[in-house]
Design a protein around this ligand. Structure first.
Ligand code: LRH
Ligand code: MN
Length: 430
């Protein structure tokens, strides 16, 4: 029987923190009340907020230079589901995971669906992979996939995406995220216009076979692994494609897929306006697609993004139904700890954005009272909403301090015993 953290341990650890939590929560409640904000109403919204865990993120990640796997690495999707369930058990913020195929492919998908159900984990968008060649694959993706000059390669890539949709249907997923590495390293290597035609042609074949109520998420990325041009390099290319494809196509924003200092919250505002925001791959970065923990480098940016999301929801923006997912690579931390903290930091940005006094902000903006507008905006960001986040976890049966419980459980040590290290296990991104 594989080790699971007991509810009793969570209860025991929560009891130690209950008095302090209650005091901090009541103090914050009194403070927010002065601003006519009902703390319980905010906590209820936070408790209903969910972000999906990337299955490829629960194993240790690496870079092209090296990967340093830790003890108890997940050996495959069944171990990954266990770890996803542990993150959900402690945070109550991650009821679903986002699988990646063929990394998570198994012989019997029904068995996978049943195991996930038993662990209380659902499936968000599935992810296809035509950025690597699999053993025994007929045609290589070295020079592209959905936009390869050879129609046979494009067909192979389309077929893989349709297979991912088929598996996703059996798992109860409702969307597929399509990120392709297609691009070039030399000026002149590819025709920048024709590759976009082939992209639309290939996506149209996938789009035509989407089940009812399914969506396709187009993920743009500025560069890497292509270093001169990337076919879907920015939100403009992604939006052009989504609008050309039809109402089931949307644009997914991975925070790390933009040049440094790009105003991502404005891109989010434009995609919402177009009714084409698919959702997010949350992470953080300083230079490139660093896939660092969400909120670890620039929590103010994450808050600014959530301000656009809360504003859109408040004004009832058309077709506003974003999917929230993490997409990170954990090279130097225990991936479970990083995912626990990252889920909470995403929730934190949401809770802070809920505290923005929107009528006062609008009045200050209208009056061009710049400093007042900025101070109203910033006041929400500098509010310590930790008691609200902890209360949402506590009320949901989770841990007031998830990291403390995770460490007290020795979960990792238990998994190290259960999961003998397998050389070259590609559990994380490498
Ligand atoms: C590409 C990406 C994409 C995933 C991959 C693991 O950089 O963000 O979302 O398929 O990471
Ligand atoms: Mn991504």
């Amino acid at each position: 029987m594989s080790y699971r953290i007991s509810e009793a341990l969570i209860g025991e650890e929560n009891r130690k923190l209950a008095a302090a939590q209650q005091e901090d929560y009541a103090a914050l409640g009194r403070r927010l009340e002065r601003g006519a904000v009902d703390v319980d109403a905010v906590t209820a919204k936070v408790a209903a907020f969910a972000v999906a865990v990337p299955t490829w993120g629960v194993g240790t990640g690496g870079t092209r230079f090296a990967r340093f796997p830790g003890p108890g690495e997940p050996r495959g999707i069944f171990d990954k589901l266990e770890d996803c369930a542990t993150i959900q058990q402690l945070t109550r913020a991650t009821p679903t995971c986002s699988p990646h195929f063929p990394w998570d492919k198994v012989g019997d998908t029904r068995e996978l669906a049943e195991r996930a159900k038993a662990l209380g984990v659902g499936f968000d968008a599935v992810n296809s992979n035509t950025f690597q060649d699999q053993p025994g694959q007929k045609l290589s993706y070295k020079f592209g996939s959905l936009t390869h000059s050879d129609k046979a390669v494009r067909d192979q890539a389309v077929a893989h995406n349709l297979e991912c949709v088929e598996i996703g249907e059996k798992l109860g997923s409702k969307a597929i995220t399509v990120w392709i590495a297609d691009g070039s390293n030399f000026p002149g290597q590819s025709n920048l216009n024709r590759v976009f035609d082939w992209y639309l042609e290939s996506l149209a074949e996938i789009y035509a076979r989407l089940p009812d109520h399914w969506r396709v998420f187009l993920e743009h990325k500025l560069y890497e692994p292509a270093f001169y041009s990337t076919v879907i390099s920015d939100w403009g290319s992604s939006l052009m494609a989504a609008q050309a494809l039809g109402p089931k196509a949307f644009c997914l924003v991975d925070l790390g897929h933009h040049a440094p200092n790009v105003n991502i919250e404005q891109i989010v505002a434009r995609l919402i306006r177009a009714g084409k925001l698919a959702g997010f791959h949350f992470n953080d970065s300083k230079y490139g697609d660093d896939d660092l923990d969400a909120g670890s480098i620039d929590p103010f940016r994450l808050f600014r993004v959530f301000n656009e999301l809360v504003d859109a929801s408040a004004r009832g923006a058309r077709g506003f139904d974003p999917a929230y997912m993490l997409d990170q690579s954990h090279n130097v931390t225990d991936p479970i700890e990083s995912l626990i903290v990252s889920a909470i930091e995403v929730q934190r940005a949401y809770a802070q954005a809920l505290l923005v006094d929107r009528p006062a902000l609008e009045a200050a903006q209208q009056a061009n009272d710049v400093m007042l507008a900025h101070r109203i905006f910033k006041a929400a960001f500098v509010t310590d909403v930790s008691p609200i986040l902890a209360e949402a976890r506590r009320c949901g049966g989770g841990a007031i301090d998830p990291i403390a419980v995770y460490r007290a459980s020795n979960y990792r040590a238990h998994k190290a015993k259960e999961r003998p290290a397998v050389a070259g296990s590609a559990s994380g991104i490498v």
